[in-house]
Design a protein. Structure first.
Length: 315
């Protein structure tokens, strides 16, 4: 009964994925439209969710410690990934970046909030804070260097600081620290602005679900290497997730089941979907391997997250 209840929570997300796949098959939406929807999510609806999440709670020193340790663990796996080509069944130079980092923005927030509710999103955002810094400052430059397209540190910092997701997190933290939320929500006029942000944030999950379902695209060639790579990735992060909860979360925030659920949700997510965007001069074989790995990892996440929601049932 517990598994059935958890599955019923995930089922709406699965249905959205199926709807997205149907839209692709019947040509209801065009690829250009999907790109515009992704732009809307990344620049408007997801920042609205994150701003409200951080503005409504107080960010403690322990949260920053958790985020910093997530960054450190992601970096460690990237380094270790260079020695895992044999078990992963590939000699592709893109294996290490595919073993670390997570697609939180275009998948994690959608499935986490669908099961645990918008009020619990802050827990997931704390974990995301550490990995998103890793993606910007470590993972993306690493992938760019593989194609001899490295960018300067100044450009990396500028890109990080001008990203809507980061700006919304910083803005939410400032609102919380300055105590502005109680003051502004007390006025009907300014409270209407926050209600507008809430309406925008509410469409994030359905839009993301449709986009992911539309873009999952398995190519038949070289599937075995991608499948083994996903297996290695999942094994690494499930073990690390259990250790992270036991040694870090339980010590800093004893008994915080929602934060533990956020850790495990993050750690079963697929690699960042932006990786192919920075693969300059990659061979067709490497491109196929990366696309297949991302697609397979997305499908595996759906099963893994259902199990996470059983182990950490919604309150």
């Amino acid at each position: 009964m517990l598994y059935l209840d958890a599955f019923s929570k995930v089922l709406p997300v699965l249905s959205l994925f199926a709807l997205g796949a149907l839209f692709r098959r019947i040509g209801f939406l065009q690829p250009a439209t999907i790109q515009e929807i992704k732009k809307l999510i990344v620049n408007v609806t997801l920042p609205a969710v994150l701003f409200l999440a951080f503005a409504a709670v107080t960010l403690e020193a322990g949260h920053l410690a958790v985020a910093a340790l997530v960054f450190a663990v992601c970096t460690l796996v990237l380094v270790v990934g260079r020695f895992l080509h044999k078990p992963a069944g590939t000699d592709s130079a893109y294996l290490p970046p595919l073993l670390t980092g997570f697609e939180a923005g275009m998948m994690g927030y959608a499935i986490f909030s669908a099961v645990y509710g918008a009020e619990a999103v802050f827990n997931f955002a704390v974990i995301d804070l550490g990995q998103v810094v890793f993606v910007f400052f470590i993972l993306v430059p690493f992938v760019q260097r593989l194609g001899s397209g490295a960018v300067s540190f100044r450009q990396t910092v500028r890109g990080f600081l001008t990203t809507p997701v980061i700006l919304s997190i910083v803005g939410g933290i400032l609102f919380s620290r300055l105590g502005l939320m109680p003051v502004l929500t007390a006025s009907p006029l300014t409270n209407a602005l926050f209600n507008t942000l809430g309406l925008l944030g509410a469409v994030t999950t359905p839009l993301i679900g449709i986009v992911i379902g539309y873009e999952v695209n398995l190519q038949r060639r070289n599937l075995s290497a991608s499948l083994r790579s996903v297996g290695v990735r999942l094994a690494i992060w499930v073990v690390l997730g259990l250790l992270f909860n036991a040694l870090v979360v339980n010590r800093i925030f004893p008994g915080d089941r929602m934060l533990q659920a956020a850790v495990m949700t993050m750690f079963v997510l697929p690699p960042p979907f932006v990786i192919p965007l920075f693969m300059r001069n990659a061979t067709p074989e490497d491109q196929r391997y990366v696309v297949n790995t991302l697609s397979l990892a997305t499908l595996v996440t759906l099963v893994a997250f259902t199990l996470v929601s059983v182990i950490f049932p919604p309150i």
